[in-house]
Ligand binder design. Structure first.
Ligand code: RIB
Ligand code: CA
Length: 312
């Protein structure tokens, strides 16, 4: 199977980090072309620093391209509840070795246009950068293999009663992206598939074994799991990680194909993803609604074990 050219647009974020590490642990499958950051879990300065800390720690020192510092229209609404004040609390990082520029949208445009092979974009935060990309440079759309988005919900939400955080974070950007589904393949990993692939809390004990990577993962996920423990949950979704797990083996996932509309306003509905029932092949989104959770977690922890052995 040829290596897939991939790009991470992210707001690290413990689960963004897990998604990136899962791809790094499978270099036979993914050619990671680049990274852009967006305001989401935390302000852009923090999500960019967090990505720099992560990549520097695992010796993947590459250019980092900061993107939008705030949503298109609504105000930034960083959430410290799940990820802490820094946006990725739990471990003290020392190095920021990656060069950083502010050209997230341009870098992503160049990654789309500068290679014959189409690009898969993992969109792990609010969709501000993706919306700016396709509106500023619409010629990239035909060079995008798929945008795999963690976001939305078929029912319910985790930010508002009816809204998941990433789409809530920039609802106008989300509407622009989903309205482009007739030109650009979109795979959506909503809260439902993240719940199906949730990780039993006792599996994180694996990070208490020896090793440089385990040391970081133990710190980060001891912090991250606090949120679930406080709510008497026996498992926690590593939300963004499901996007890379899907790309590793789509056969482990179940989906439906429907158009999706985004509600941009409303006290309870800002960012709500509405799965439209009318059949419209043109604008269908592949909405993941279930997965083999055992396989997802076995694959994630086996990959972290392998990556831990590679790091010194
Ligand atoms: O709702 C989950 C999403 O919000 C994830 O991408 C997480 O990193 C946060 O950004
Ligand atoms: Ca994220």
């Amino acid at each position: 199977m040829p290596r897939e050219r991939v790009w991470f647009d992210c707001d690290p974020g413990h689960d963004d980090a897990a998604a990136i590490l899962l791809a790094l642990a499978n270099p036979d499958r993914f050619d990671i072309v680049g990274f852009s950051t967006v305001c989401g879990n935390a302000l852009l300065v923090n999500t960019t620093r967090n990505l720099n800390h992560l990549l520097s720690y695992v010796d993947h020192v590459v250019a980092i391209h900061a993107g939008a510092s705030h949503p298109l229209i609504v105000s930034a609404d960083p959430q410290s509840g799940a990820h802490g004040i820094s946006g990725m609390d739990g471990f003290h990082f020392e190095n920021e070795s990656c060069p950083v520029d502010g050209d997230g949208i341009v870098a992503l445009k160049d990654a789309c246009l500068n290679n014959e092979e189409p690009l898969t974009i993992f969109a792990l935060g609010p969709l501000t950068n993706i919306a700016l990309l396709i509106r500023t440079y619409p010629q990239v759309i035909s060079h995008i293999k798929q945008v795999v988005i963690m976001g939305g919900a078929i029912y319910g939400g985790n930010m508002l009663a009816c809204s998941e955080f990433n789409l809530y974070g920039d609802p106008h950007a989300a509407k622009i992206v989903f309205d482009t589904a007739d030109q650009m393949p979109i795979v959506l990993a909503p809260l439902e598939v993240c719940k199906a692939g949730a990780t039993p809390l006792n599996r994180f004990d694996a990070f208490k074994s020896e090793g440089k990577l385990n040391q970081m993962l133990d710190g980060l996920f001891t912090f991250y799991c606090r949120y679930a423990i406080d709510r008497h949950m026996d498992r926690t979704p590593i939300f963004d990680m499901l996007t890379v797990a899907y790309a590793l083996d789509p056969s482990r996932f179940k989906w439906m194909e429907h158009p999706i509309d985004i509600i941009t306003e409303g006290e309870h509905t800002r960012g709500m993803s509405v799965v439209l029932q009318q059949v419209s092949n043109a604008k269908n989104v592949r909405v993941l609604h279930d997965c083999d959770g055992q396989w997802v977690n076995d694959t994630f922890f086996d990959s972290m074990h392998r990556l831990n052995a590679m790091l010194h």
